[in-house]
Design a protein around this ligand. Structure first.
Ligand SMILES: C[S@@+](CC[C@H](N)C(=O)[O-])C[C@H]1O[C@@H](n2cnc3c(N)ncnc32)[C@H](O)[C@@H]1O
Length: 301
């Protein structure tokens, strides 16, 4: 991990501070903004619109200060050339991503999952060993994945005791994956949780809420960049994918690329859910639109 400026400046790189006081606030020039947004876009598909220039500036400023680098241009140079650049990219993702999430954020989707989708999928696989793979793509700190686990444990597993459920949460931000793996949440995360679930599946300790060990054991989390085609190929054979509230940060081109990969990663008859404010209109014609009470989903095949 990067925590000392000494490790950031091997002699070969020269002095990154060109006489400017690093405590001074640096401004992101229009040219530097163009370079930065291109760089970030190539890495992870996130596209900073013109009106988000100040957001990007303030997010990058924190890293620049931390590393004691004197300009946005030199921070970019650092990320392209420094031996520790892969480590620093993790910090960059942490700085630029927005990780807003909470338990039971989209109840109609969860209801559709347990009332229609899972019974439908399992009815096509009669007898023998039954397995279900559900992927929360861009899971942030795991609230969505754990909500799915609670719903399945409550409403599906009693009816299908032999069902093997695999729930995977992935994100590009290591800090939120760490929180997801710990399974300890703040009041903010549980604000929309139905009381019956809160009582049954959380233990309150001080100001925190600890997820029930059984629910925790149903879910695993790992790093995955949705814009990395090779990494995406590892996520094949999913039955249901939740990819909510992340496409809004992409542009048309990166949305098309990512949704295309999600489609490839679904089993035939599998389903994709995206966020309330998101649409596949103009992004993909491959899916069949399916209506459920108070929500819609996208079906493959
Ligand atoms: C607003 S949160 C949505 C969390 C959850 N899906 C929900 O709807 O509540 C968006 C998440 O997308 C992640 N993200 C952004 N770009 C990504 C990428 N290229 N690959 C994987 N995750 C990404 C962010 O780190 C963040 O945690």
């Amino acid at each position: 991990m990067l925590n000392s400026t000494a490790t950031l400046r091997p002699s070969g790189l020269g002095n990154l501070n060109f006489g400017l006081n690093s405590s001074q606030e640096q401004k992101l020039t229009p040219q530097a903004f163009e370079q930065w947004r291109g760089f970030i876009y190539e890495l992870c598909g996130i596209y900073f619109q013109d009106n988000k220039k100040y957001l990007l500036e303030s997010r990058l400023q924190k890293r620049i200060k931390h590393l004691n680098i004197d300009s946005f241009e030199n921070y970019l140079h650092f990320l392209k050339t420094h031996p520790t650049r892969e480590e620093e990219k993790k910090q960059l993702y942490e700085a630029i991503t927005i990780n807003e999430t909470y338990f039971f954020r989209n109840q109609p989707q969860l209801d559709a999952l347990v009332a229609s989708i899972v019974p439908d999928l399992l009815s096509n696989r009669p007898g023998g060993f039954q397995k279900l793979k559900i992927w929360s793509a861009a899971s942030s700190s795991g609230e969505e994945a754990y909500s799915i686990a609670m719903m399945l444990n409550e409403l599906i597993l009693p009816k299908y005791p032999n069902l093997k459920v695999e729930i995977i949460g992935t994100d590009i931000n290591y800090a939120v994956i760490d929180t997801a793996n710990k399974g300890v949440f703040k009041e903010y995360s549980i604000r929309n949780t139905p009381p019956i679930y809160l009582k049954k599946y959380f233990e309150k300790e001080g100001n925190t809420y600890i997820i029930d060990p059984k629910i925790k054991s149903m879910v695993s989390f790992k790093y995955l960049n949705l814009y990395d085609a090779n990494a995406m190929r590892m996520m094949s054979k999913s039955d249901v994918i939740f990819c909510a509230n992340v496409l809004i940060y992409f542009n048309q081109e990166s949305k098309i690329k990512v949704v295309d990969q999600l489609y490839n990663n679904l089993n035939q008859n599998g389903y994709l859910f995206i966020g309330y404010s998101e649409t596949l209109h103009g992004i993909s014609k491959a899916f069949k639109l399916v209506s459920f009470p108070k929500t819609i989903g996208y079906k493959k095949g």
